[in-house]
Design a protein around this ligand. Structure first.
Ligand SMILES: Nc1ncnc2c1ncn2[C@@H]1O[C@H](COP(=O)(O)OP(=O)(O)O)[C@@H](O)[C@H]1O
Ligand SMILES: [Mg+2]
Length: 369
């Protein structure tokens, strides 16, 4: 990354609360105008990281740079950030207009300039005509739009969003996802959004940072994170994943499981594992193919053990033949149309193929949580 493109740099940040390590040696950078999502399960340290970036929490170790300037010791008021919290955090006794204008007043702008700016902001978030309402008279989605307007009112250079959509209904959440992303792009504002919702991160982010117990375990574009999860934790947290345990490496790109062999070209940092290593092999349910060519590598006859209807697809549990592993099952996501066309039913025999380039390999000591 070119130094001039970098707006924010977080350098080896750790945060302890007493003996508890909430963040451990986290480093990342955000380009100017980039939309980053910090993704991880509840309690992994996302809010703490956002608060350190904002200057609401002081890191125990490490430094924070904004435009190459060390802001590690500056308070939030000196960092030019706009923040939207998970709870709407609007002033209940103030109208939407007054809430939005709140930050502008402390910036010492004239009444006329403030009125104009608030109108502009209400328009921007689709709340024209709602300015006189108090928060209690607005829906959750409208309240978060007000909170968003308030955060961007003073034209911050960095927008920080802490699970802004998590309290909203599914439909509103999806709509606001698109709106926030469009607004962010229109304003070109560097944005960091915290979420525990993988779909939100995959649909909104330019890049995703995945946190596991205070550690940054992977960062990359949504596609990189989904296609090449760095650890079994990431594989399991982002999307669904089959794990096939108890395989052994017998050659470069060749693994043995029971009496069967799996050929793999899509290895992820396990290429250097010595022959004889024990590994876990992983594949996404949608990558399990119902095969056509039985001579293709990684083809198996399986038996349909369970079928779960999910509307557009069936999630099907398949049992491997005893020659591979008596107990091993694998889950396949099959479009409902394919299930109908092939007449797939319980206990049917189903030939499958595991494409060589869609299998991931993890050293077995890596933890699945
Ligand atoms: N002020 C605090 N004092 C003590 N522990 C805290 C404090 N803030 C957060 N923690 C702990 O740090 C961990 C991470 O919290 P948080 O950053 O809020 O997680 P997340 O936002 O990912 O759910 C949690 O175990 C939480 O209990
Ligand atoms: Mg949080």
């Amino acid at each position: 990354m070119n130094d001039q493109d970098i707006y924010l740099k977080v350098d080896s940040v750790s945060k302890n609360f007493g003996n508890f390590t909430a963040l451990a040696d986290v480093s990342f950078q955000a380009r100017r105008g980039e939309f980053l999502c910090i993704l991880g399960p509840s309690g992994c340290g996302k809010t703490t990281l956002l608060r350190v970036v904002a200057g609401l929490e002081k890191q125990t170790r490490g430094r924070v740079f904004i435009e190459n300037r060390d802001v590690s010791s500056l308070p939030v008021s000196k960092r030019n950030v706009g923040i939207v919290f998970q709870s709407y955090a609007l002033f209940p006794n103030l109208t939407a207009r007054e809430n939005i204008a709140y930050g502008l007043k402390s910036h010492g702008q004239s009444r006329q300039a403030i009125r104009q700016r608030v109108d502009e902001l209400l328009d921007l978030v689709g709340l024209r005509g709602m300015g006189r309402k108090h928060p209690a008279k607005l829906s959750g989605g409208q309240q978060q739009r007000v909170a968003l307007s308030r955060a961007i009112a003073v034209s911050p250079d960095l927008l920080l969003l802490d699970e802004p959509l998590s309290a909203l209904d599914a439909k509103v959440r999806v709509m606001l996802r698109g709106e926030i992303r469009q607004l962010q792009q229109r304003l070109g504002i560097t944005t960091i959004m915290v979420t525990h919702d993988q779909e939100e991160a995959l649909t909104m982010a330019d890049r995703i940072l995945i946190i596991d117990q205070g550690r940054l375990v992977q960062h990359g574009t949504p596609r990189q994170v989904y296609d090449k999860p760095a650890t079994p934790f990431v594989a399991n947290f982002v999307g669904a994943m089959n794990f096939i345990e108890g395989a052994t490496k017998i050659d470069q790109g060749v693994y043995e499981i029971g009496k069967a062999r799996l050929c793999i070209t899509g290895e992820n940092g396990t290429r250097r594992l010595p022959v004889g290593s024990h590994v876990t092999i992983a594949i996404r349910p949608e990558d399990v193919m119902l095969h056509i060519d039985p001579s293709a590598p990684n083809s198996f006859e399986t038996r349909v053990e369970d079928m779960e209807y999910r509307g557009s697809l069936f999630r099907i549990d398949l049992k491997f033949p005893a020659s591979v592993d008596k107990a091993a099952t694998i889950t396949a996501d099959v479009p409902a149309e394919t299930v109908r066309r092939l007449g797939i039913a319980l206990n049917a025999t189903l030939p499958i193929n595991l494409p060589v380039d869609r299998l991931q390999v993890y050293a077995t000591n890596a933890q699945v949580i």
